[in-house]
Ligand binder design. Sequence first.
Ligand code: HEC
Length: 411
Amino acid sequence: MYDLAIMWDWISFSVRWLHVITAMAWIGASFYFIALDLMLKPADDMPEGASGEEWEVHGGGFYHTTKFMVAPARMPEHLTWHKWQSYSTWLSGAALMMIVYWVGGELFLLDPSKVELSLLQGILISGASLTIGWLAYDAMCKSKLSEYPTLLMLLLFAILVAMSWGYNQIFTGRAALLHLGAFTATIMTANVFLQIMPNQRIVVADLKAGRTPDAKYGKIAKVRSTHNNYLTLPVVFLMLSNHYPLAFGTQYAWIIASLIFLTGVTIRHYFNTMHKTGKGPHWTWAITVLLMISIAWLSSMRTIETIEEAELRPLTSHEQIFVSAAGFDDAYDTVKGHCSMCHSREPFWDGIRWAPKNVYLETKGDVARYASEIYLQAGLSHAMPPPNAVQMDQKAREVIVAWVREARKSN
Ligand code: HEC
């Protein structure tokens, strides 16, 4: 039964739901601890080894937190770790990436107008590229460069720009930005998993054994979590970018993504300073707005392949299956009639200036390429076309369902 499409769509939605929840838990905890850290104040009656304390009020009670840098004199009886928020975000994100960009690779990952790749090649590049960034970054942090934190940040930025460009040479714009986000998030989780946590375990082992922990472990953790702090907001942008074709749908997508990393720094700098001193530097907002205006401007400078170019593009093997299936001609006419006024390279529907979500439904190749999406949006569900714009009767929907099921059966 071809209702694998329904199953995959629900798996995809559930994993996305999970991923957003775990990311909220991770980012929430991380923002909370950063703010707490910056707001700590010394007090007269602090216990030995404490570096600052903070009073907070929330949910009907008062909280009194004391920070020990690097560690208290004795191992406490109860110790809560904060690590699963990060791991579960990465794991659910990896699963979601596999569902959307590996299982759905023909549609969302590969772009034959950039590089001709088989789906397997695309998947291998997708998976392997995520680890390379961590290896380069980690080697850099452990080298002599670590003595120059600003230079280290600039080099990290250079790696991100290079990856942004590289991904955009290979994958669809949508996959490129998503992979850049995953690449960055992998660095962030690996910082927790391979650096911050192991160092914290050494400190705990020292405490248990009655030794005084070395202060260097706390310092290493601090550098890594500072990097994570500046990377958080850009990662969230990149993860959301696939819903906004203007962000990924131009040849300048790689520059847009690079500029977003700068907004991550300007926005966080404002809040970090505000938590520390009670007042934020307002000039950072001016820079953020300028960056966003440049991004909007870049996104409008797009060259879109013409319909002639699209028609000349040879069909991929995936598209071939759908074009040669019985019922294609009828389905193609149905889609042309109900969808192409909006979903075309030059839409002629009032108020639609570019194809929604960059979904083009004009050529035979387009319709074959988006078969599964058309099946879900207009065959099985009534999500498309927007009912107030175009009416599509049940018969027309059945034409689409019959064609896609036929193609799946014959394959
Ligand atoms: C009147 C204009 C219009 C027509 C006609 C139309 N669409 Fe859409 N389509 C849209 C808009 C607007 C969106 C973006 C919806 C959103 O932002 O969630 C969209 C989104 C989509 C998406 C992407 C969904 C996603 O979330 O990624 C698909 C696939 C799609 N349409 C298929 C079709 C099909 C198939 C037809 C014809 C049966 C069709 N559309 C007809 C306007 C239209």
